[in-house]
Every structure is written in C-alpha cells, then in structure tokens.
Design a protein around this ligand. Structure first.
Ligand SMILES: Nc1ncnc2c1ncn2[C@@H]1O[C@H](COP(=O)(O)OP(=O)(O)O)[C@@H](O)[C@H]1O
Ligand SMILES: [Mg+2]
Length: 366
C-alpha cells in the first residue's frame, strides 16, 4: 500500500480531476495540421490550480503523438535550454523508436546543434531553431515547447514568442503552451512586441466540479489499496471545495491519518482536512496575500462585510473611496486570481479558505 496523493507543487497527479476540455482541445490541436489556433495556448490560474501539472500532462500526451516536448521555466538561459533539450529529447525519441543508438557526439550533429561557424559569425537563435526543426521534420516529429511561470520582463521570453510566431507562420510543426499567474499573463499580453499572443487560446483554470473531485479522489484511494466510507468521501469533497491542490493535501493527510486500516473513516478525513488547511494557509494563501498592496488588502477586508458576494458600490461606501478607485482595485484583484466575478456585477473571494483566513492575516500584518 502506498499513498498515491501528490501534495507537492508541479507534480502530475495520479488522477487528473476535471480539465477534460482543455486536455481534449490541446490534444486535438496537436493531431491537427499546423495552424490550429489551440497550438498556441496560455493556461491562467492562481497558485495551486494545476498549471504546472497540466503543462507536464500535455507534454506527456504530445510525446505519445509524434511530438517531442521541451519544458522550461521562464529564467535566463531559456533559449539555449530549449535548443539543448530539443537535441537531447529528439535523439532519445529516435533511439526508442528505431532502436538506433546515437553516440553523444552524433546527437548534436543529427539535430544541427553544432555548426561550422564561418568567420566567427554565430548563427542566431532563429536560424539554429530552423535547423533543428528541419532535422525533426525529416523524422516527422513536431516540437512542443512548454513555458511555465511566464515572465514578460525576461527578454528571452519575448524573443522566444517572436521567433515562435515566425516559425509557426512558416507552417512548421511547432506548438507553444504557456502558463502563468493571472497578473503574469496579463502583463505578457500587454507587451506590444508579442501582441499576436492576444490571439492565443486562453484557458482559465477554474474550480473543479464536486463530481470530478469525488471521482478522482475515490480512484486515487482505490488505486492505493484502501477504500473510503461514503460519508468520509463527502466530507473530503466539501473540504477540497474544487481546488486541485487541496485535493492532494486532503487526500494525502487523510490517507496518512488512516494508518494501517484499510478504510478511510470520517475521523481520518476530519484530521486530514484540518492539517491540509494549515498547509493551504502557509503555502498558498499567505504567499498570495504577501504579494498584495495595502490598498488591495483594505479592499478585501471591505468584502468581509458581506456574507456572500459584494458589489462595487458596497465597497466604495465601506472604504469611502470613489468608484474609479474601486474599479481599479477590483481589476487588480481579478488579475491576481484573488477574487472572481459571480455575475450581475458582483464578485467574491476566488481562493478557498481565503475568507476565514483574511482577518487572521491582517491581524498578524498590522
Ligand atoms: N486536475 C487536477 N486533479 C488533481 N490534482 C491536481 C490537478 N491539477 C493539479 N493537481 C495537484 O495540485 C497541486 C498543485 O498543482 P500545480 O500544477 O503545481 O499548480 P500550479 O502550477 O498552478 O501552482 C499538485 O500537487 C498537483 O499534483
Ligand atoms: Mg506551477
């Protein structure tokens, strides 16, 4: 028996709850001819909504469908890293497929990584990538580039996006899947040099339905060799509240609290959910609130006066501020993924447990 829940950032879960539409659309785009609009997709979501897990899942899907994938974080060295990973993964793919073994020296030449530099002129990144893509296309392989935590302040990110646009425009088999926090994505899209990205497909990673959470939770428990009482399962689903990271935390902690027993009972989920809430507070909620300004926090504090969703006029009144102030801060908080619109001009907290945690955070902060 092994605990199969994965309560760590960036881990592909044993069972991916929900997200079928997104996985389906991107998979379809990979199977389609170059130019399918979903071949350029941006995943947007708050911490813990499953961006990295989805990037990694799609990379695995791509590799089963005649693509190689390279996965980078938005850090200096990004462009060189993409070239090197492409060569390495391309060679590994062919070795598996054809049973050919490349000597490590050959890997570079097969994928055009080594060039004769005429008179000291180094080819630029675009022409090196063109050579690599030519080598891949000889083997009918496409290239999926995944970029996590997009950061428009990194020059190489902008360069990557521009060169990608040219390569994709040439009809090459190349796809770009990016992920970021809402404010990272909105500032990337605001950058004029990559305005074509505004036409990329955007997927907002919203809460997962209770039915999908329940199915994934149960499947993970069963695969780990245990079972769960029906009432305990309902309690777990309620504590998870549609949030992917909580699914893993509640699952992991409840499983551990069950010890050697074969069935996860109510008391184990109670204990598990309470430990999970502590993890959630420190690893998601505090980290998110730490990035906000004082005025953002005052806005959120004013929202506590309503039991449910708030309206702009209520916040304006509570803060004694203009409606322009309120709409500025509402937009900022929407972009951060901290609040979400609930219809009819109303908005509410978007992260689970943020409402009960907020007073505690503000008290410790003042
Ligand atoms: N659809 C999902 N179903 C179940 N668990 C998920 C799902 N998406 C992510 N997770 C889990 O949630 C946690 C956070 O996911 P991660 O991809 O790191 O989030 P993000 O990159 O958005 O911060 C990880 O433990 C991951 O295994
Ligand atoms: Mg991540």
């Amino acid at each position: 028996m092994k605990n199969l829940f994965t309560p760590n950032f960036g881990q592909i879960p044993y069972c991916l709850a929900g997200r079928e539409d997104i996985v389906g659309d991107i998979t379809h785009a990979l199977d389609n001819t170059p130019g399918d609009p979903n071949q350029t997709t941006i995943l947007v979501g708050a911490r813990g909504t499953g961006k990295t897990a989805l990037l990694r899942t799609m990379a695995a899907v791509a590799e089963q469908r005649g693509w190689i994938s390279v996965n980078v974080a938005c850090l200096p060295g990004l462009l060189e890293d993409i070239l090197q990973q492409t060569a390495r993964n391309g060679a590994a793919f062919l070795e598996k497929k054809d049973g050919v073994r490349f000597k490590s020296i050959n890997i570079a030449s097969v994928f055009g990584i080594e060039w004769e530099y005429a008179r000291g002129i180094e080819p630029n990144w675009r022409s090196r990538m063109t050579d690599v893509l030519d080598a891949l296309s000889e083997h009918d392989l496409g290239l999926l580039i995944t970029v996590d935590e997009v950061d428009p302040s990194l020059d190489e990110m902008i360069q990557l996006a521009s060169v990608y646009q040219l390569l994709a425009g040439d009809g090459r088999k190349i796809a770009l899947l990016m992920a970021g926090l809402p404010h990272q994505v909105s500032s990337l899209l605001a950058n004029k040099s990559v305005s074509f990205l505004r036409r990329a497909a955007q997927c907002h990673l919203e809460r997962i339905s209770d039915a999908d959470v329940e199915a994934a939770f149960l499947a993970t428990v069963k695969a780990s060799g245990k079972d769960i009482d029906a009432s305990a399962l309902q309690e777990a689903v309620a504590a998870i509240d549609g949030f992917p990271y909580m699914l893993q935390l509640v699952g992991y902690r409840s499983w551990q609290a069950t010890g050697e027993a074969l069935k996860i009972a109510d008391h184990a989920v109670e204990e598990g959910a309470s430990l999970a809430e502590t993890d959630m507070r420190t690893r998601v909620l505090k980290a998110t609130l730490d990035e906000l300004s004082d005025a953002d926090l005052l806005f959120l504090q004013a929202m506590l006066q309503q039991e449910g969703a708030s309206e702009a006029s209520q916040i304006a009144q509570a803060l004694g501020k203009s409606s322009a102030h309120v709409s500025t801060y509402r937009r900022r908080l929407l972009e951060q993924g901290v609040i979400a619109e609930t219809g009819r001009g109303r908005f509410d907290f978007a992260l689970p447990m943020l409402r009960p945690y907020l007073p505690e955070y503000i008290a410790s902060y003042l």
